[in-house]
Design a protein around this ligand. Structure first.
Ligand SMILES: [Zn+2]
Length: 267
C-alpha cells in the first residue's frame, strides 16, 4: 500500500485565487477534496496545490463553505495508533512495533501520525486477539494484553510495582549478610562507634562533594539505613510533598574513608 499521495503539483498562483479556482470540476478542487477525505495534512494538501499550510487551510475552508463540509468527510474508516490501541485494549507500543516490523500496513499523516485502515486493523486484530494472552494487572486489576513476563498494564502500574519490590528489598536493619563489599565494612565500622553529638546534616549534593561517592551510592546507603538520614526540617525543602533527605556528615565521612581504602586495595 502506498504511503504517499500522488498528485501533480499545480502551478503556484500569485495573489488571491479567483473564484474560478473553486470550481468543483477543477483538478485543483478535486485534488483537495480527495486528499482531505484521506486525512492528508494541511502541509500535504498545500504541497500538492502549491500553497502554504495556511493557504491550504483557507482553500479547504472555502470548499467546505461553498459545497458543504460533508464533501470533505473521510471516505474510509481510519484509526490512528492511539485509537487502534484503545480499541484492541493494548498499549500504543505494540501497534507501533507491529507497524515498524512491517507486519501491519499503515500510512503516515504528516511526520508523526500513523494511520491504519480497515485492512491494517484486521491484521492487528488477528495478531493481538488470542484470549489466552490476556492477563490481569497485579497492581490495578485491569485486564491487559500480556507480553512476555509483564505483570502490570501500564507504565504507571509498572512504576508502582518497581516501588513495591524495591521497598521489599530494603531491609529495616541491615545485617552483615544483607550487605556486601565496602558497604558491609561501612556498616560494621558505624556499629562500633557512638553517634556523634550535635551531628551535622548535609544534603546529597554536599555528601557527593565530600565523599566522592556517586549520588546513587549515597542514596543506596541511606535507603538501606547504613548511613543515618533524616528528612529536611524546613518545609521549603519539599519536592512533590516529600522532604528531601539529609545525611549524617560524620557517617558519610566514614563511608568515604572505607570506600577509598577499598578502591586502593582493588587498584
Ligand atoms: Zn494496572
Amino acid at each position: 500500500m502506498d504511503n504517499t499521495f500522488v498528485a501533480a503539483p499545480l502551478k503556484k498562483r500569485r495573489g488571491r485565487p479567483s473564484s474560478a479556482s473553486y470550481d468543483i470540476t477543477s483538478e485543483r478542487v478535486q485534488t483537495v477534496i480527495a486528499m482531505v477525505r484521506r486525512r492528508a495534512t494541511l502541509q500535504e494538501v498545500g504541497d500538492a496545490i502549491g500553497v502554504t499550510r495556511e493557504g491550504a487551510r483557507k482553500v479547504i475552508a472555502k470548499i467546505a463553505q461553498r459545497y458543504g463540509a460533508e464533501l470533505l468527510e473521510p471516505n474510509e474508516k481510519v484509526w490512528n495508533v492511539h485509537e487502534a490501541a484503545r480499541e484492541l485494549g493494548i498499549s500504543d507500543y505494540f501497534i507501533k512495533k507491529a507497524c515498524d516490523l512491517g507486519k501491519v500496513s499503515f500510512r503516515r499523516r504528516g511526520e508523526r501520525i500513523w494511520l491504519l485502515d480497515e485492512a491494517g486493523m484486521k491484521a492487528l486484530r488477528q495478531r493481538f486477539s488470542p484470549e489466552g494472552e490476556r492477563t490481569t494487572c497485579v497492581v490495578c486489576g485491569k485486564e491487559f494484553f500480556k507480553r512476555r513476563t509483564r505483570k502490570s498494564c501500564s507504565n504507571t502500574c509498572s512504576n508502582e510495582l518497581d516501588r513495591r519490590s524495591y521497598e521489599k528489598t530494603v531491609s529495616k536493619e541491615p545485617s552483615l549478610e544483607s550487605l556486601r563489599g565496602w558497604r558491609n565494612d561501612v556498616w560494621e565500622k558505624l556499629q562500633s562507634r557512638l553517634p556523634t553529638k550535635h551531628e551535622e546534616w548535609i544534603g546529597v549534593h554536599e555528601a557527593v562533594l565530600r565523599s566522592g561517592l556517586s549520588p546513587m551510592q549515597i542514596n543506596w546507603l541511606g535507603r538501606r539505613r547504613v548511613v543515618a538520614t533524616r528528612p529536611h526540617p524546613e518545609a521549603k525543602w519539599r519536592v512533590n510533598g516529600k522532604s528531601i533527605t539529609l545525611y549524617a556528615a560524620s557517617e558519610i565521612e566514614i563511608a568515604r574513608q572505607v570506600f577509598e581504602s577499598y578502591e586502593q586495595k582493588k587498584g
